[in-house]
Design a protein around this ligand. Sequence first.
Ligand SMILES: NC(=O)C1=CN([C@@H]2O[C@H](COP(=O)(O)OP(=O)(O)OC[C@H]3O[C@@H](n4cnc5c(N)ncnc54)[C@H](OP(=O)(O)O)[C@@H]3O)[C@@H](O)[C@H]2O)C=CC1
Ligand SMILES: O=C(CO)[C@H](O)[C@H](O)COP(=O)(O)O
Length: 512
Amino acid sequence: MTETTPAAESPIPAQEPPVPSPHDAPLPSASETPKAAANIGVVGLAVMGSNLARNLASREGNTVAVFNRSPERTRALLSEHPEAEFVGTETVQAFADALQRPRTAIIMVQAGAATDAVIDQLTEVFEPGDIIVDGGNALFTDTIRREAAVRETGIHFVGAGISGGEEGALNGPSIMPGGSAESYETLGPILASIAARADDGEPCVTHIGTDGAGHFVKMVHNGIEYADMQLIAESYDLLRHVGGYEPAQIADIFTEWDSGELESYLIQITAEVLRQVDAETGKPLVDVILDAAGMKGTGTWTVQQALALGVPATGIAEAVFARGVSGRADQRAAVRATIDARPQPADVGDTFVDDVRRALYSSKVIAYAQGFDTILAGGAEYGWALDPGAIAKIWREGCIIRARFLNTIAEAYSRNRRLESLIADEFFASAVADGAPAWRRVVSVAALSGVPAPAFSSSLSYYDSIGAERLPAALVQGQRDFFGAHTYRRNDRDGIFHTLWSGDRSEVRTDA
Ligand SMILES: NC(=O)C1=CN([C@@H]2O[C@H](COP(=O)(O)OP(=O)(O)OC[C@H]3O[C@@H](n4cnc5c(N)ncnc54)[C@H](OP(=O)(O)O)[C@@H]3O)[C@@H](O)[C@H]2O)C=CC1
Ligand SMILES: O=C(CO)[C@H](O)[C@H](O)COP(=O)(O)O
């Protein structure tokens, strides 16, 4: 299969493979590997794959076969986790032989060429009726292509987004499977058994749609993740450099916010990061981490898709651009040398901390509204009947954006399945309107003090634009008609019009 996914660039070095222990036992040879001993298999045993394999092995009735390109990883996993009773395999053929038919294997390797390579190997040794699940962060168009190619062989191919990081993979991730309804009949119960569970006991997995639907939704999940993280980071920056709070104090503020409507995993881990002190320097860790944010590409993909679909996902885009700006070290140094970049004093008043909380909540609503707009537009474009309420529900636990807030979103979509926008829902409309004065104060203070708040600002502009009585787009249409005879519509009658700008400036109807 051909490779179409470029490896995403990141300034953060990739994680090194674990150093195998000298006591690692050799794997059985292909002929010694027990046949049909396992009911499920995992290929790719780095952070995610090894934890997902352990999660599977911990469930009643499962025996898990494992395979990794470099056998050192397989040996290390077997020796570190004898309790899992894995069936370790050294070749793809031994892996296939170790699985009961119809075989089910989950791939957890790097997105892109690595995934294609593994699929090619598995399709060589699997048979019609078997199921290959790609649990990596594949680009959904690759998943569409792979599903079509693998289907030709009679093997089922399922692209499943899996979120929750290493801890989620081990204890219960949120899972977003695509693929055929037929393959989900077999796969659904297995995935439900390892997925996180929401407070009401529902597993955080649902059949998202055919072919690339699961990876599309996972991609947008990550786009929202970028926006959520950026908004929290901007809150920190404003509290620190305008409010004058120290990292440990901001950690306490975030912990307090976590008891309200902002309760979320990302707020919780942010507080932990801010409390961490660097052992070497005694400084807050956040002050010694290089301020260049890495990325593997899923946020960029979301914005590219939003643009292609005509969805103004401005908050997500700003979050991607903010990471991009942070990584441009030479440019930043050159510009910094020409200006006084120190934050300017700004009058913040007594309500600043609460204002930032409200600005964060309102901006977060915008990010999710834009994310769900992207999901629904993608569904319409690619022919998937995506259910926004069901998607919100499976994000309530297990994934990186898990939050109390997702319950509220699920409720909004259960009130109206065809909501035009999340902020058109009565609850969110009034919540955002209530927070708007504080949000405006925070964006003003950011601008006056010179502390960058791109996601806060663009979210507020989006809110003001999407709700505006009238937009200056009318003038843009006039400009377009002037230089390019691009025509315009009128708001007082039907038809398409052009003004004879280089003539007598009378108006003509062009569609009559
Ligand atoms: N890390 C995270 O928090 C999350 C990651 N994901 C996704 O899950 C997948 C796995 O992630 P992670 O565990 O971090 O591991 P990595 O993305 O770092 O991938 C490492 C794994 O890929 C294998 N691999 C690389 N190239 C090839 C190849 N050409 N042929 C066969 N195998 C190859 C490696 O094998 P070898 O040991 O031989 O090098 C190793 O098992 C990725 O798609 C990632 O985007 C999804 C959610 C969260
Ligand atoms: O999929 C994930 C979580 O949902 C991964 O953690 C992903 O790597 C995060 O993206 P990035 O590395 O670009 O910040």
